[in-house]
Structure formats: C-alpha cells, structure tokens
Design a protein around this ligand. Structure first.
Ligand code: ARG
Ligand code: ZN
Length: 415
C-alpha cells in the first residue's frame, strides 16, 4: 500500500463518513429534559463553563443547547449517561440562518417589519432620527451613552401630553435575540405613526425607548457571528473569549446565582458589576429619569420561550408587590394571547425559569424602585429559537403591543 493510495483512501472515507456513520454536518439544537436536582446541577455546571451554547436558561421543563457537528455525539452520550432524554430539536441551524438572511429588505432609510435590520446609517438609528424630525413637538432622540466599541445607545422619547408618568422599554440586550429590537421598533411605530388609534395609551406616559441595548453585539450578529449573545468588551481572557453577559452585570445580588466568572461562558457576569458600558450608561440614565420616582414601567424584551416574568430572578421568594405585578402582568399577557392565540406563561423569573442574578429587571425593581418591572421572552417556543423567520415579526409586534397596551393602562388603575 503506497502512501498516496492510503491518503486517497482516507479522503474518500472522510467524504463518505457523514452518510455512512450518520455523522452530523450542521450545528443542531438539542432539547434535554432534566428531571431532578442532580441533573439540573449537571447542566448548570456545563452552562458555566462555556463549551456548549445554551439557547435557553437551565430549567426543569427543558433546556435547549446548541452543539457543533463535532460535539453532537459526545454531548448526546453525556446526556444518556446522566439519564436525561435528549432530542434533536433543530437539526439544521445553518439552513435556518440562510433562510433568514434571504428575507427582503426595504430600500434606504425606510423601516419595515418584513426583515431584520442593522443599526447604522440606513436603518434603526436613522429611522429613529427620522421619526423625531417628522414629529418635532412630541418625539426626540438622544444618545445616552456609548458601547464598548463606541456605538451609540440611542433612546427615543415620545411625549405627547406632558404626562408625569414615565415608561422605560428596552430591547436587544442580548445580541442574537433579533425579534426583540424588531418588536420594539414595531411598538415605537404604533406609538408614533398610529397615534390616533392608541391615543389614550400614548398620552398616558412620557416614553423612553431603547431598541438596541447592546449595539456592539447586535452588529456583530450581522457581520461575524449570528448567534453572539454577550457584549464585545475585551476582558483579557486567556482563551481569547470576548464579552460579558449584560444581563448578569447589574449591581444587585451580582454573581449570587446563575452567573459565571468563566470569561468564555455565555453567562459571564463581567469582572465586576457594571463593567459593561452599555449597562452603566443605562443605569445612569434611568436613575436620572427616576430621580422624582416618576418611572412606573420598566419592560425589557428578550427571546425566546414566550414568558412574561416579574422579579425576582435572584431568589424564589416572591417580591413584596407580587399581587400587583401579577394583576398587571396577567392582564397584559392575556391581551397578548388574545391576538393570535400565542401561549405565554406568567410568574417570577426564578419560578418560571431558574434563578439568575445580576439582571436588569431585579436592579430596576430592587434598586431603582420602579413598581412595574417585567422581562418578557418573546416568540417562539424553540421551533426556530433565535433564528425566528422574519414573517413572524409583524404578528409578534401585534400581540406584544396589545399586551403592552393593556398592561400599561392597567398600571394606572389603583388596586
Ligand atoms: N433569559 C433571560 C436572561 O438570561 C432571563 C432573565 C430573567 N431575569 C432574571 N433576573 N433572571 O437574561
Ligand atoms: Zn435574553
């Protein structure tokens, strides 16, 4: 057997291997079903050490984890060994990403909700400025800080009736959750361009809305890595891992639970609280806004899982105003579901998912003192996960806006 023949044989073997040995060729999302505390703990450890990409938080119902073709078999056998059922839930992540890229994009600065949009010159930020220019008496934009890489944190303010009550909304704190900024821009459009139909709601508040909380990460999901979650701050990782989880970086029970000090983990909390410029800028801005305790609502949109969650996320104890949070949250959630029948679940973050501290919601409720704080996990329930097709933006916008509207008006009703 000469060397060339031998190498040729290996080449052929490699080419045929996927078909013959059933080797995976695409990234896939595997859904596992932990049933006891040991299994939960095992998954939590995996999540803290950054080798696998967790698409959902660790919780009892199910956990979605993306694995590379190389990891798939080892991963499945690990789950088997621990006695956990593991099913391939999304077999073809790359294919879905390609599909999503192919959705049509409106020309120039015009905004639409039939595709996902970049930040820059031609889209989200310029559209916010155009709205302000078209409505100079009621709408304005302001840059409230910069990300690590110097991108603007651009907030749009909508103030039609001089209401004393303020309302904060943000999206896009996690980069890959594209449906979040898309839904938040849909909400902005309803408030500004559909004023007649929503006048009672629009007039009821002085609105401050940040569609993209983590602009570095968001742009990176278009240019380099569609599934990036964190910021892009360089924290000098030995392995060259970048970024921190901006929703583990807030100074309230920072690093208590559900967060990692491993710089490669998707839930790396940062070297210290507020190490991430996008978090400290929003802390400063909302603190100033609430100096007179006028902020009534703080809604932060994520994806995915279809959950409407109140604090706390750091403990399973119920927050002091849980009844009020439930009354308003459930009213909003039911209004959301009524639009397209999309199922949601309500509860505290800890009780519907699993404890994770250092998130913005607990800070907004526990430190800032805003009465109505919710983290809302938008569509879907994992069929597409983060790679949600663009034709779901409009239905997501419609239902999410309906939920926001009812919740925001309910907040003004005394119990
Ligand atoms: N999926 C969100 C995250 O991981 C949930 C945050 C819920 N809030 C909380 N305090 N744990 O950031
Ligand atoms: Zn998120």
């Amino acid at each position: 057997l000469n060397k060339d023949v031998f190498l040729k044989g290996i080449e052929i073997y490699r080419a045929l291997l996927p078909a013959v040995a059933n080797v995976e060729t695409d990234y896939q999302v595997i859904r596992v079903h932990p049933e006891n505390d040991q299994q939960l703990e095992y998954l939590t450890n995996l999540e803290h050490h950054g080798n696998y990409d967790f698409w959902t938080d660790v919780r009892r119902d199910f956990v979605d984890i993306m694995v590379s073709p190389e990891q798939a078999h080892v991963f499945k056998s690990q789950m088997f060994l621990k006695g956990m059922k593991a099913e391939t839930f999304i077999p073809d992540v790359q294919k879905l990403m390609d599909l999503q890229k192919a959705s049509p994009v409106a020309e120039g600065r015009a905004m639409d909700w039939t595709s996902y949009h970049r930040l820059g010159d031609a889209k989200i930020h310029s559209w916010l400025d155009d709205l302000a220019a078209a409505n100079p008496d009621t709408v304005s934009t302001q840059v409230v800080g910069q990300s690590t890489l110097g991108k603007d944190l651009k907030v749009i303010r909508i103030n039609t009736a001089g209401s004393p009550h303020k309302f904060w909304i943000d999206g896009g704190i996690h980069a890959r959750e594209w449906i979040s900024p898309a839904t938040v821009t849909y909400i902005i459009n309803e408030l500004v361009n559909n004023y007649e139909a929503n006048q009672e709601l629009v007039d009821a508040y002085d609105w401050y809305i940040l569609p993209v909380h983590n602009p570095d990460g968001y742009e990176y999901t278009f240019t380099d890595d569609r599934l990036w979650r964190k910021t892009l701050t360089d924290h000098d990782s030995f392995w060259g891992c970048l970024g921190a989880d901006p929703n583990r970086n807030w100074d309230f029970h920072w690093m208590d639970i559900g967060a990692s000090q491993d710089k490669c983990s998707e839930i790396f909390a940062g070297p210290e609280p507020f190490s991430e410029p996008c978090c400290s800028a929003i802390r400063d801005f909302t603190t100033e806004l609430n100096a007179d305790s006028s902020v009534l609502g703080y809604f932060t949109y994520h994806s995915y899982s279809q959950l409407w969650m109140s604090p706390w996320g750091w403990t399973d104890a119920l927050p002091p105003t849980y009844d009020e949070l439930t009354r308003v949250g459930v009213a909003g959630m039911n209004a959301l579901t009524a639009v397209h029948g999309t199922d949601y679940e309500f509860g505290t973050s800890t009780n519907v998912i699993y404890a994770a501290s250092g998130a913005s919601d607990d800070w907004a409720y526990g430190v800032l003192g805003v009465p109505f704080v919710y983290t809302i996990e938008l569509r879907d329930q994992g069929r597409y996960g983060f790679v949600l097709p663009a034709d779901q933006i409009i239905p997501s916008g419609e239902e999410t806006f309906a939920g926001l509207k009812v919740a925001a008006l309910e907040m003004l009703v005394l119990p």
